[in-house]
Design a protein around this ligand. Structure first.
Ligand code: NAP
Length: 262
């Protein structure tokens, strides 16, 4: 998969919803998917950033995107149904769902983790993907081949001290991916996988590792191949897999320069 060369229009005519598209990895994937022919539906909270991305996509001559602002900290399932209705009325189906939005929370021991911080991270990183997946399944069923991708993390596959709620939320994401994949495998055309981006130069990474030289990590745009693979028909038949976007990518939870145990 690391050598995957996406054909120029590998996402032609696909409709793909991307959560957390306003910056970082989500923004870069929105641009990559649009460049590959997809109509991208841009979720996030920061409307100014989403509008700027919209303008960039339209300015590049790609298919006109749609802005789907929504705060994924909402615990009201009805909000997700409103989004489903609006996508259903406009597009009639959904070919891809990229669960990318995430929050880091505080890096500190479980013993010091505040209950409200734990709940906030769990809501955005784990509960919202469940609500959104459940709401979007009928639209994904309408696609010839649907693809759901959960953006995971190295600490969602191997726990690490102080990564508390974030790590637990990503473990939950991996579990959700596995259960859903197993459920849908024989009864639908929807494949479900998780993808660990690996250390990537974004605001989240810089917050997690303030002592690290940001430019030492790849840009979000440079890790697009694996995302394109999982969203394109080239990955039909691939389901239930926990994949990495970078070779040796468990590295995203290696000790930072500032880690005093290094
Ligand atoms: P980022 O630059 O901080 O971007 C996070 C995105 O999530 C933003 O677009 C933000 O948009 C959105 N978001 C956060 N809370 C939201 C909410 N309540 N409702 C809607 N959108 C929300 O982070 P990133 O590094 O690109 O991370 C993207 C994904 O990759 C995350 O799932 C992260 O866990 C994972 N990951 C990243 C790395 C890395 O090294 N960067 C490594 C492993 C895994 P708004 O502010 O507009 O809401």
């Amino acid at each position: 998969m690391f050598d995957y060369q996406a054909s120029p229009q590998c996402l032609q005519a696909k409709v793909i919803l991307i959560t957390g598209a306003s910056e970082g990895i989500g923004r870069a994937m929105a641009l990559s998917f649009a460049a590959a022919g997809a109509t991208v539906l841009l979720n996030g909270r920061n409307i100014a950033r989403l509008e700027s991305l919209y303008d960039e996509i339209v300015g590049a001559g790609f298919a006109e995107p749609a802005i789907c602002p929504m705060d994924l900290s909402s615990q009201h399932y009805e909000d997700y149904i409103v989004l489903q209705n609006s996508i259903g009325e406009t597009f009639g189906r959904l070919d891809g769902l990229l669960h990318n939005a995430g929050v880091l929370g505080r890096i500190n021991p479980i013993a010091n983790t505040l209950t409200q911080d734990w709940l906030k991270v769990m809501q955005t990183n784990l509960n919202a993907p469940f609500f959104l997946t459940k709401a979007m399944l009928p639209l994904l069923e309408e696609a010839e081949h649907g693809s759901i991708v959960f953006v995971s993390s190295g600490v969602g596959r191997q726990g690490r001290a102080n990564w508390g709620a974030y790590a637990a939320s990503k473990f939950g994401t991996e579990g959700l991916m596995q259960v859903l994949s197993d459920e849908l495998d024989t009864i639908s055309n929807i494949r479900v996988n998780s993808l660990n981006p690996g250390a990537t130069n974004t605001a989240m990474r810089r917050m997690a590792f303030p002592g690290e030289m940001a430019s030492s990590n790849p840009s979000p745009a440079s890790i697009a191949a694996a995302f394109l693979f999982l969203m394109s028909d080239d990955s039909i038949g691939v389901t239930g897999q926990a994949l990495n976007a970078q070779q040796g990518a468990a590295a995203d939870y290696q000790p930072a320069v500032s880690d005093d145990r290094k």
